[in-house]
Every structure is written in structure tokens, then in C-alpha cells.
Ligand binder design. Structure first.
Ligand code: PLP
Length: 379
């Protein structure tokens, strides 16, 4: 099987199974308990936190959660708001942010959506125009899950803080962590989200980095774990394995190899798809994502045809003509005839050139077959 959908999820490193056994069967103690065995587990969590902070160069704390989605919710709802404040988010945020923004809007908070270019990168002029001294929260994703476009978060933070000194700047780094070097101190963000299953950790483990000195409110109440910021008995093996997975993924990350594979695929697709639109800008994008769109074609059909040949690819979030699914292609300025034909190829350190060659060959045969059947008409 050739797996080219690593932005959706990745396979868990097998060695994590041993960590699960250790903290679920052997050292299964509740880290909040007072006996030595439990205190040792609490210490192991602390070490894992420290390791993640070191890898991401963060000066602050990490609150572990059950997903990237929960971390995004915590940033959106837990960050402090004030009277007559405004919230800014980009127009291509993942639904984990977008749905929260809509909820804040429904509760009476003014929310504005910052425009993006065709590659999912925030329009700096529109951002400057929308930034004002009453902005309490900005949430702009580090890398776009649809296109791979990487935002210049450092510059955006500087602009935001110069206009609204009280602003809390959150960035959703779910797609960026493990795919590019991250230096949270340099970025200057107050809050930053990550999710372990995107870098070969366990599903159901996320984290929210909180910069030193930044205060947020909890959104889950209970026993007061995580310094009262996220109650619930800790997912010990999830937390400890996240540090292990992140360290390994960052060590294995080969940006140059990824770039070559993605460029090879893009160049080859262009040779046989006349109306191809490429939504990834190789100058400012993650090295592992290629997003493209086909005219009057349903990407979903190609996904299934390729699956029959043992190749897994992703569609963009469009892949359905319903209004809810047209948010992203509309924000990217994609023409209507391309909405259903958005396809996302995402690779990682496990992907080889041979796999890329097989993908191109099989994609060509599927695409040409479809084109011959439908005479390039929507089916
Ligand atoms: N944010 C982005 C940018 C994502 O790509 C995803 C998942 O695809 C999420 C948030 C949600 O993360 P999780 O699956 O851990 O809830």
C-alpha cells in the first residue's frame, strides 16, 4: 500500500506500544496520587513536557488535551476577552477554529475573517486593515491543512502586538509540527496547538503551548489537573509517547527529499492534465503537501479508483458541493468547476521516489480513463 495522506493522520510508531504497556499495565498509577510510584509517573510526564518544550523552543507550559481540536477550542474559548473586543481568524482555518469563531460570533463577539491568497496564506494587507486596538484574540494557522501554505507568524504577531498590546495570538500548528523546524520563542505566539497523531504519535492526544505570563481560563472543569487548566486524569502513555514521537519525527525529517518528491509529482501531473490548478506555492509551503484541483472532476472518484490500486490519497475539504464544504475553495478563490476536484497528496519520511513514480503512473491511467468516459464533463 502506498499512503499519501499523512496530513490526515500517520501510522503510530510501533515502539509506542511498549510505552502504552508500561504506563497502562506496569506503572499504571494515577499521577495525582501521593505514593512514590505515582509521583514517578508525574515526574515522567514533566520530563516529556520539558522535551516537547525544548524541541519546539517554547518558554512556557504545555497543557495536554485529547486532540488538536480540543486545544483549538481551549485557545478560542479559554483566552481572555474584554468588553467590545474583536476576534480575528483567517478564512481558511480548520473547522476546529472556524466553528469556535462562529460560536463566539453567535454569542455577540465581533469576529472578522482575514482574507487569504490562492495558496491559503494570509493577506498581510487585509490583516493590517482588520487589526485594531480592541482585538483580544487572533488565531491564524501556522500551516494550512488544505494547501500546505505556511504563514509568516512572526511578522503577523509583531503587527498584532504593535496595534493591540493586550492581544493573545494563537496559532494552530497541527500541520506544521514535525513537518518543519518550529521555534515558538522566535514566532512570539502566546498559544500554539499541536496534535500527536500527525507526527506518528497516538490519536487522541493534543497539546496547547501557553507562553510564560499568558493566562487562559479552563474549558474543562473537575479535579484540577494541569494546574487547573485541564481537568481529567492524564493520558499518561499518550503524553509520554508524544514526546518520543516528536523527537523521532524531527530527527527523521528530510525537507529536501520531501520537496523533490512533491515537485516530481507536480511536474508530472502537469504533463497530462491540461487544466491543472496547483494550490501549493513551493516558495512558502510545507515540504510535504501538494494540493491541486481538476476541472469538472470529482476527486472522490479518483480516490476510490486509486484505492483499488493500493494507493491512498486525500481530497480537499471541498469534495462535496454542499455549502459547508465550499468554504475553503471559496476562500482560496478557486473557480466553481474545480470545487469537487480538489486533491491533496501528503507525504512524510516514509515516502519513497519509487512510490511517487507509481502514484504518477496510476494517477495518469485513472485520470485518462475518466476523461475518456466523461469527455471532460462533470459526472
Ligand atoms: N487543525 C488542523 C490544521 C488540522 O489539520 C487538524 C486535523 O486535521 C486539526 C486541527 C484537528 O486535530 P485533531 O484531529 O487532533 O482533532
Amino acid at each position: 500500500m502506498i499512503y499519501l495522506d499523512t496530513s490526515a493522520t500517520t501510522s503510530m510508531y510501533p515502539e509506542i506500544l511498549y510505552i502504552i504497556k508500561q504506563y497502562s499495565v506496569d506503572d499504571y498509577y494515577n499521577p495525582s496520587a501521593l505514593y512514590t510510584k505515582a509521583l514517578n509517573v508525574a515526574k515522567d510526564i514533566k520530563v516529556a513536557k520539558r522535551k516537547i518544550l525544548d524541541i519546539l523552543h517554547g518558554n512556557g507550559n504545555i497543557i495536554f488535551t485529547a486532540s488538536g481540536t480540543e486545544s483549538d477550542n481551549m485557545a478560542m474559548f479559554g483566552s481572555k476577552k474584554f468588553k467590545n473586543c474583536k476576534v480575528l481568524v483567517s478564512s481558511v482555518e480548520h473547522s476546529a477554529i472556524y466553528a469556535c469563531a462562529k460560536k463566539l460570533e453567535a454569542s455577540g463577539i465581533q469576529v472578522e475573517f482575514v482574507a487569504c491568497d490562492a495558496y491559503g496564506i494570509v493577506d498581510i494587507d487585509d490583516f493590517k486593515a482588520k487589526m485594531s486596538s480592541n482585538v483580544a484574540l487572533v488565531s491564524i494557522m501556522h500551516a494550512c491543512n488544505e494547501t500546505g501554505g505556511v504563514n509568516d507568524i512572526e511578522q503577523l504577531v509583531k503587527i498584532a502586538k504593535s496595534v493591540s498590546p493586550k492581544v493573545v495570538f494563537h496559532s494552530d500548528g497541527v500541520q506544521a509540527v514535525g513537518k518543519m523546524p518550529i521555534n515558538l520563542s522566535k514566532l512570539g505566539v502566546d498559544l500554539y496547538t499541536f496534535s500527536a497523531h500527525k507526527f506518528h504519535g497516538m490519536k487522541g492526544v493534543g497539546g496547547l503551548f501557553v507562553k510564560k505570563g499568558v493566562n487562559i481560563n479552563p474549558i474543562i472543569l473537575g479535579g484540577g489537573q494541569e494546574n487547573g487548566l485541564r481537568s481529567a486524569t492524564e493520558n499518561v502513555s499518550g503524553i509520554i509517547s508524544t514526546a518520543v514521537a516528536l523527537e523521532k519525527t524531527c530527527k527523521l525529517l528530510d525537507i529536501e527529499k520531501n520537496k523533490k518528491i512533491i515537485q516530481f509529482i507536480a511536474d508530472n501531473l502537469a504533463t497530462f492534465i491540461p487544466d491543472l490548478i496547483v494550490n501549493t506555492n513551493f516558495e512558502c509551503s510545507l515540504s510535504n503537501i501538494l494540493s491541486f484541483a481538476l476541472k469538472n472532476t470529482r476527486g472522490e472518484v479518483l480516490v476510490h479508483m486509486l484505492e483499488d490500486k493500493g494507493i491512498i490519497i486525500g481530497t480537499g475539504s471541498a469534495c462535496s458541493s454542499s455549502k459547508a464544504h465550499s468554504r475553503i475553495p471559496t476562500a482560496l478563490g478557486i473557480q466553481r468547476e474545480y470545487f469537487d476536484g480538489m486533491i491533496r497528496i501528503s507525504i512524510d519520511n516514509c515516502t519513497t521516489f519509487e512510490q511517487a513514480e507509481i502514484f504518477v503512473k496510476e494517477f495518469k491511467s485513472c485520470y485518462e480513463y475518466l476523461s475518456s468516459v466523461i469527455f471532460n464533463k462533470c459526472y
